[in-house]
Design a protein. Sequence first.
Length: 585
Amino acid sequence: MRRLPGPRSLRARLVALLLLGAVPLAAVAAVVAWQNYNAALGRTDEQTLLLEQAASAGHRAAIEEVERTLSAIARSADLRADQPLCDRLLNDALRLRSNRYVVLAVTDAGGQPLCEAAGSEGARVGILAGSGREWFQMARDTQRFTVVAERTPSPAGAILVDAAYPIFGGKRFIGVAAATVRVDWFSGLSPEDAAAYRVWLVDPDGALIPTPASSGVALPPPRKLHALLASTSLMTTRATSRRPHTYAIADLGGGLRVLVGRDASQGVAAARQILFERIAELGLLLLLGLAAVAFGAKLALVEPLQRLTRAVARWRGGDRFDPGGFDGLPTELQGLCTALATATEALSEREEQLRRALEKQELLAQEIHHRVKNNLQVVASLLNLQAARIRQPESRAEFQSARDRVRALATLHRHLYLHGEMQTIAMPSFLQELCGQLLQALGPADAGRIRLNIQAANLSIASDRAVPLALIVTETVGNAVKYAFPAGRSGNISVELTSEGNRLRLVIQDDGVGLPVGSSETETGIRDGIGLQLVRGLARQLGATLTVSEAAGTRYELVMPLATDEPDAAVAEGKAAELLGQGAV
């Protein structure tokens, strides 16, 4: 089964699934927060539009007032015919509107003044003289009411605007009624309004006319200003003061436009605060949801699964599987606990059956080895009795050799059932007992003249290797006991078993008289020994290398691998019997 990527714990996976499920909710919440942000900015735009409408309405009313005044003057034909009357009428109008007009005048078709009235700031009489004045040219060319800004302030520093109304005699252009207006009246803004927003007038040439409610630092940079004057929509951008402003522009008539700018920093800050609050609310909501899911997952899933894991661990340790009560568990976990309880109970019963069967099998195997040992001991006793009745020494020696081999196999089977290990033999104790039996064949009178020295590493060898190895030890040690120390001679026999890596090394050596390899001296003389043939055949069975040397006694060295493909001792015994049956002995 392929493992799913991602977190490994159940709680982490549930949290990850919640996060995946919360993505659409977070997206919707983010869209709503962005809409609220834009709505907050839209309120600033709405306020700017309202201010623009109020400013344009005030300026438009002022322009209409100037236009009505100049239109009334233009329609009074008597004024052009009677200059004293014209001067007196213009002066009266100027005194009534001294806070509004600086100069009032009527010109002929060439732009020369026919009559005029000037206030204290309009003392420069030449302000209306000549035909090169811009206001006169625009009124004459457009033949409609025109408003033009003065390029330079008045001597008193006031910002002035020139307005001109064309006069017609029939359809013929015959002059202009003109007025110079103070911008501070023209804008009509109170100090409170001036603190709230900035207002500029824009003449037909696109030149900005500052007003008392305007400030240069509130204008956008030149590139942005050019784009603003060319458009008719709202624009929010940073002014030269680096503070955000919202701008709106409207047409006032007469070629004049009004530009309104409002500081939007508070509105932008409020919109950002709303955005951050919505994001914070969303994050807090997600965190609370994650905490609730984590806590709920712990109560509903993690803790029951941990309890189930502990119950399984206790069952593996030998206790009965008991996950506790199922109350409050999800239906799926209840089903899992029930299935595990049923399975563990069945496994426990099966395990008990297997354990009893194994115990029975071990008892049977021990009984078999015990009976085999008894049978072999009976055979050895029979051979011993038969040898006692034989008068020929050579035949009696053959029976004794056969007895020793049978006793070796009986000793091996005794160790198999005695120590409870059916597949391996502990070599130190086995060699001690096996060699002791061979030494006891000398009888009590001669037992002390031959000393036996056994050095065996603490090794356990598979029974299939121990059978041929026991026969080899029996042949070599038995020959040394019988023939290496003739005529009551004393000596030593050493048996050394060591392991080197994955190989086993067996050395059997005596310091007796020594014999030609392959022969032995008996009561009837020297004859060829069949025991060495058996040793060589068993060595081949073990896959071992056998080295026999004669130097101050006889030395047998056997080096063989520890591993084997033989299944058990019965197979090894069968192969040994096969060697005997083929005449190797």
